[in-house]
Design a protein around this ligand. Structure first.
Ligand code: GDD
Ligand code: MN
Length: 386
């Protein structure tokens, strides 16, 4: 039977939780034609093997193995894109979301009571008993900040547990930013036309197995999403961060240059060279952490990326100086010529480094799969001499 409901489940190292979740879905969704699509971002704890086994045994289970792409929201979107069911749900794999809510959510959508049903911690009957005071507080603040981009009244726009109609998916999917991990908020802020929302309470459970993947920069990513929803239409938010990093680099450059010249008494060319290299290196590092978070370079790629970045910036500086010199020659005032040069240089640096340094090209990842299953690895390695 064709599924009426697709449940999209993002996974990143959830080996233990996946089979338990499937069992529970099977139990609570009797009589409903459902399927689950797990979207895994190349877990290295054996989750993929578990998913593969399940999918071979149960036609309701599918999975997508994503390589070279990352991020909770984009994973969920990819799962949705693979579905042809009239109703789509998103739910965490770690059993923190109450699966018993799914049938009520479906009921509300079938009855056309809403376009979207949200599993909510902040309506009567909902909660999150296991959360510490500060974490609750942070969640509350994030919820308040979401108000300007939300056009509907919703107590828990941060929820990662919701179900929507295919029609709503269609009218938001072309505009969602897919950045970060707040897909619900993203969808609501992107949908064309009014959205009818219903909230159903549930108790957010504690995680039993595995660890949370939402790390220290989660708040930062959240701000990016908000900023993107507010001004992203006019100017790419990534470019704004890139420029902020660039401004920081310029300040650093001038401070190093000044100190070397006047405090250390070095000559200008030496001071300028040191300041330039330092500023570029710091810029590269900051861009790698903030601007290109989703495509972050690591290990050896970091080193080669740094050298590519130097090369790109060198060309950018050359273009900058050429343009500024030309304009100055045309009697454009010094600050106008200088600014124009800097802007064109930045656009160049941004555009080219995003392609050359932080390309989307797939970096082959060293396999860290359970080794015992690979017979080639079991053979003892012989060194040339023995
Ligand atoms: N494919 C993929 N890619 N899955 C991911 C990624 C990723 O980059 N990051 C996390 N996941 C999966 C996890 O494996 C888990 O199934 C689910 O997404 C949620 O991740 P957690 O790490 O457990 O997040 P959390 O419990 O801290 O946050 C949850 O609750 C928040 C409510 O405060 C999530 O549901 C958030 O979306 C929600 O806002
Ligand atoms: Mn969780």
């Amino acid at each position: 039977m064709m599924p009426e409901l697709t449940i999209v489940v993002p996974t990143l190292n959830e080996r233990e939780n996946v089979p338990r979740l499937v069992e529970r879905l099977d139990r609570v969704l009797r009589g409903i034609a459902w399927e689950a699509v797990f979207v895994d971002d190349d877990s290295d704890d054996g989750t993929l093997e578990v998913l593969h086994d399940l999918a071979r045994r149960d036609p309701r289970i599918r999975y997508i193995h994503r390589i070279g792409r990352a991020g909770l929201s984009s994973a969920c979107l990819e799962g949705m894109a693979s579905s042809s069911a009239p109703f789509l749900a998103v739910m965490d794999a770690d059993l923190q979301h109450d699966e018993r809510l799914l049938s009520d959510m479906l009921e509300a959508l079938r009855g056309d009571e809403a376009d979207l049903v949200v599993g909510s911690r902040y309506v009567d009957g909902g909660g999150m008993a296991g959360w510490s005071g500060p974490r609750k507080m942070l969640s509350r603040i994030a919820t308040l900040l979401a108000k300007p981009v939300l056009r509907v009244r919703l107590e828990d726009p941060m929820s990662g547990f919701f179900m929507l109609t295919r029609a709503l998916y269609r009218r938001s999917v072309r505009r969602v930013s897919g950045q970060g991990f707040k897909l619900l908020l993203d969808i609501l802020a992107s949908a064309a036309g009014a959205v009818r929302v219903k909230e159903l309470p549930f108790e957010f459970r504690n995680r039993v197995s595995g660890v949370s993947k939402l790390g220290s920069l989660v708040m930062y990513e959240y701000f990016l999403l908000l900023a993107d929803k507010l001004v992203g239409r006019y100017i790419p938010i990534r470019f704004v961060i890139f420029c902020a990093v660039g401004c920081f680099g310029a300040v650093l450059h001038l401070s190093v240059l000044g100190s070397l010249l006047y405090l250390a008494g070095r000559d200008f060319v030496f001071a300028q060279t040191v300041a330039t290299i330092m500023a570029m290196t710091v810029n590269f590092t900051l861009n790698n952490i903030f601007t290109y978070r989703a495509r972050q370079l690591k290990g050896w790629d970091l080193l080669s990326g740094l050298f590519f970045f130097y090369a790109v910036c060198a060309v950018g500086a050359f273009v900058n100086i050429q343009v500024a010199g030309y304009l100055f020659g045309l009697h454009v005032p010094w600050w106008g010529a200088g600014l124009m040069g800097a802007i064109i240089g930045s656009v160049w640096n941004y555009g080219v480094s995003s392609i050359v340094v932080w390309s989307r090209q797939l970096q082959p990842r060293p396999a860290r799969r359970p080794r015992s299953k690979d017979p080639a690895r079991l053979r003892p390695r012989r060194s040339a001499g023995s």
